[in-house]
Design a protein around this ligand. Structure first.
Ligand SMILES: Nc1ncnc2c1ncn2[C@@H]1O[C@H](COP(=O)(O)OP(=O)(O)O)[C@@H](O)[C@H]1O
Ligand SMILES: [Mg+2]
Length: 284
């Protein structure tokens, strides 16, 4: 488990980037207090929406215990390696890396700390990412070692917390917020997923309660990024490898997810002039 009292060691001096090394301009982590709240769904649709806007986007599935990103992106295998480096898979204009490409479905994933750390480092460093404007990182749920490894491997521009509206999810999400604070990762804000279900008569049903995400954001003093409604096409799209921003771009849920991408872009652009974006050097 992530030790909240542990001081994060200062990164060693950054080595000069060698030719062929990946270049990341921004890395954005998507986290949640627990699984099943739609973290990967938000990560996938955020990545695809950013690619739809013309950005060079990478999607790093760091959820090493539940690597769902390949399925959600309709990908099965990695292309052959080149120059001793892993070639990322690609779908919908997004380059994708996941441990899910390297293990058989159903195979249990047991990681020791150092193994986990070196796997995450390899996925950043030993991959032919090329130049990436936005690397979206799907963190495992909770506050474990993988998140620490990601934050130690590459500086994160910001973090997004995904929660459901109900109290138990909020309690967990609060721990996720604290984790980003400990890791000194700026928080872009809170996304509330499965906020409501739109009924055929147009009325809204709050399945998991209402307004929890906004309350969490307010209490934590960070922005509320947006609410994403429930829609069966999200689940269908996830299972069939076609993210809802591609399969049903005009649906309210796709529009909500696209608006989240615009909001994150605006927050990045507010802090960095796009041309000045300092490429992220991988930490040693
Ligand atoms: N807004 C939504 N409406 C309907 N189903 C959703 C929504 N968000 C996520 N899901 C579904 O809920 C399940 C869990 O989502 P997922 O993104 O895998 O969560 P996590 O990564 O947090 O474990 C998936 O089957 C997904 O398709
Ligand atoms: Mg997931």
């Amino acid at each position: 488990m992530f030790n909240r009292n542990k001081n994060i060691p200062a990164p060693p001096p950054t080595p000069e980037a060698a030719p062929g090394d990946p270049v990341f301009h921004h890395a954005i982590a998507v986290a949640s207090g627990k699984g099943g709240v739609g973290k990967s769904t938000v990560a996938v649709n955020l990545a695809v929406a950013l690619a739809q806007r013309g950005a060079r986007v990478g999607l790093l599935d760091a959820d090493i215990y539940g690597p769902n990103i390949p399925t959600m992106m309709g990908l099965e295998t990695l292309p052959p390696a080149r120059d001793n480096k892993i070639t990322p898979a690609e779908a919908y204009g997004v380059k994708v890396i996941s441990i899910g490409f390297l293990v058989k479905p159903g195979q249990p994933l047991i990681w020791r700390g150092p193994m986990l750390h070196s796997a995450i480092r390899q996925f950043v460093q030993d991959v032919n990412w090329g130049e990436i404007d936005y690397l979206i990182v799907d963190l495992p749920p909770g506050t474990g070692d993988a998140s620490l490894s990601v934050a130690q491997t590459l500086p994160l521009t910001g973090g997004v917390i995904v929660t459901l509206p109900q109290q138990v999810s909020l309690d967990d999400a609060r721990r996720g917020l604290e984790m980003f604070r400990e890791l000194e990762v700026p928080l872009f804000g809170v996304v509330e997923n499965m906020s409501y279900l739109e009924l055929p008569d147009g009325s809204r049903m709050d399945i998991f309660g209402g307004g929890g995400g906004e309350r969490l954001a307010r209490e934590a003093g960070i922005p509320f990024i947006g609410a994403v409604p429930m829609d069966p096409s999200v689940r269908q799209g996830g299972d069939s490898g076609k993210p809802v921003v591609i399969s049903h771009p005009e649906s309210p849920v796709a529009k909500a997810l696209s608006a989240i991408a615009d909001d994150v872009l605006a927050k990045i652009n507010a802090s960095f002039q796009q041309n000045e974006a300092i490429p992220i050097n991988i930490r040693g």
